[in-house]
Design a protein around this ligand. Structure first.
Ligand code: ADP
Ligand code: NA
Length: 331
C-alpha cells in the first residue's frame, strides 16, 4: 500500500486547518500498517496556476511544512516534501499531457467553477493542473489516494489517463484507488458561527492560530461570542445556537469525543464553566504544537533539511516510473 496526498501550502495556519486537514494526515500516517508508505507533499507547483505572491508562497510552504511536523507528521516514517523540489512531477505532467484529452479536462467541474465566464483569461496551468495531479500520484505508483468529494473527479481523470497510457504504450502505471478520509470537523469563526474560521477573517480574535501562546488562546476563548443560555444535554438542543455549537464541536474534536458525550458532562452549565474548560483543553493540545512550530520556523536549516531529505527519497521512488514513461514513449 502506498498513499500519496498533497496539501496547498497556505500560511497563517489556524485551528480549522489543524482539525479539518492536518490532523487527518497525522491519523493516516499513524494508522499505516507495517510496510505501507505515505508520501505527503506541499503542492507549491499547483499554487502557481492562480495569481500568487512569490514571497507569500515561499513562506506558506515553509509554514505548512513546519505545521505538519509540529502536528505529528514524522519525517522519518512519512515522506514529506514539496513538489517543486522533485522535477519529475513537472516532467511526468508533460509526458501525460500527450495522453490526456482536451474533452476530459473541459469536463472538470473545478475548472468550470474556477474559470467561470472568463475562460480566455485563465492561465493554461489552471486548465491543465488535473494533469499535474495525475502525475503527482502516478509517479509513485500510488495504490491509494485520499480524496474529498471535490477531488473525486480529478482522481477519476488520473485513472483514465493511466489507463489510456497503459493501453497505448504498455503497462506503466498503477491505477490508484480512492480512499475516503475520515469526516473532519468544520470549525467556525469565534465571532460569527455562520462563517468558517479562516485566515482571511479580518479579526484575529475570530480564530485560534497554531502559533498563539497560552494567554492569547485563553483570551480568545473568553471573548468568543456565545449566548446567555446554559448548555443543553444533547446536541439537538444547539440547532439554533451556532456559536455555542461551534465551541462544543471544537471541544469534542480536541477530546476525540462526540458532541453528545461532551454535553452529557457540561449540559446545564453556562459558558462561565465551559469556556475555561475549553480554553485549557485547547492550550494543552496546542502548546506542544505551537512550541515545535515556532522552533522549526526559527530554524530554517532544520526545516530545509527535512524537506530536502523527503525530496531525495521521493526522487528515488519516482525515478524508475519516470524512466519507464520516457522509454514507453520512445524518448
Ligand atoms: P483558509 O480558509 O484559512 O484560507 P484554506 O482554504 O487554505 O484555509 O484551507 C486549508 C485546509 O484547511 C483545507 O483542507 C481546508 O479544508 C481546511 N480548513 C480551512 N479552514 C477550515 C475550517 N474552518 N474548518 C475545517 N477545516 C478547514
Ligand atoms: Na481559503
Amino acid at each position: 500500500m502506498r498513499v500519496v496526498s498533497g496539501i496547498q501550502p497556505t500560511g497563517n495556519l489556524h485551528l480549522g486547518n489543524y482539525l479539518g486537514a492536518i490532523r487527518n494526515w497525522v491519523r493516516m500516517q499513524d494508522e499505516m500498517e507495517d510496510g505501507a508508505q505515505c508520501l505527503f507533499f506541499l503542492a507549491d507547483l499547483h499554487a502557481i496556476s492562480q495569481p500568487h505572491d512569490p514571497a507569500e508562497l515561499k513562506r506558506g510552504t515553509l509554514e505548512m511544512a513546519a505545521a505538519l511536523v509540529a502536528c505529528g507528521i514524522d519525517p522519518n516514517r512519512s515522506i514529506l516534501f514539496n513538489q517543486a523540489q522533485v522535477p519529475a512531477h513537472a516532467e511526468l505532467q508533460w509526458l501525460l499531457a500527450g495522453t490526456a484529452r482536451m474533452g476530459w479536462l473541459n469536463r472538470m467541474t473545478q475548472w468550470k467553477d474556477k474559470a467561470g465566464k472568463n475562460r480566455e483569461g485563465q492561465s493554461v496551468a489552471l486548465f491543465t493542473y488535473p494533469v499535474l495531479q495525475a502525475a503527482d500520484v502516478l509517479l509513485y505508483q500510488a495504490s491509494h489516494v485520499p480524496v474529498g468529494e471535490d477531488q473525486k473527479q480529478h482522481l477519476e481523470l488520473a485513472r483514465d489517463i493511466a489507463q489510456k497510457f497503459n493501453n497505448d504504450f504498455g503497462e506503466t502505471f498503477t491505477l490508484p484507488e480512492p480512499i475516503v478520509p475520515p469526516q473532519a470537523a468544520r470549525i467556525m469563526s469565534l465571532r460569527d458561527g455562520s462563517a468558517k474560521m479562516s485566515k482571511s477573517d479580518a479579526s484575529d480574535m475570530a480564530r485560534i492560530n497554531l502559533a498563539d501562546d497560552a494567554d492569547l488562546v485563553m483570551q480568545k476563548v473568553k471573548k468568543a461570542k456565545t449566548d446567555p443560555e446554559p448548555l443543553p444535554s444533547e446536541v439537538a438542543g444547539l440547532a439554533d445556537r451556532a456559536e455555542a455549537l461551534n465551541l462544543v464541536t471544537i471541544y469534542a474534536a480536541l477530546a476525540n469525543e462526540s458532541a453528545d458525550a461532551v454535553l452529557a458532562r457540561f449540559g446545564g452549565q453556562g459558558f462561565g464553566a465551559f469556556k475555561p474548560a475549553l480554553g485549557e483543553l485547547l492550550v494543552e493540545t496546542l502548546r506542544p504544537i505551537s512550541t515545535r512550530f515556532t522552533e522549526l520556523l526559527d530554524d530554517r536549516e532544520a526545516l530545509d533539511a527535512i524537506l530536502a531529505k523527503g525530496a531525495a527519497r521521493a526522487r528515488e521512488i519516482g525515478r524508475p516510473t519516470l524512466d519507464a514513461a520516457y522509454a514507453a514513449l520512445g524518448l
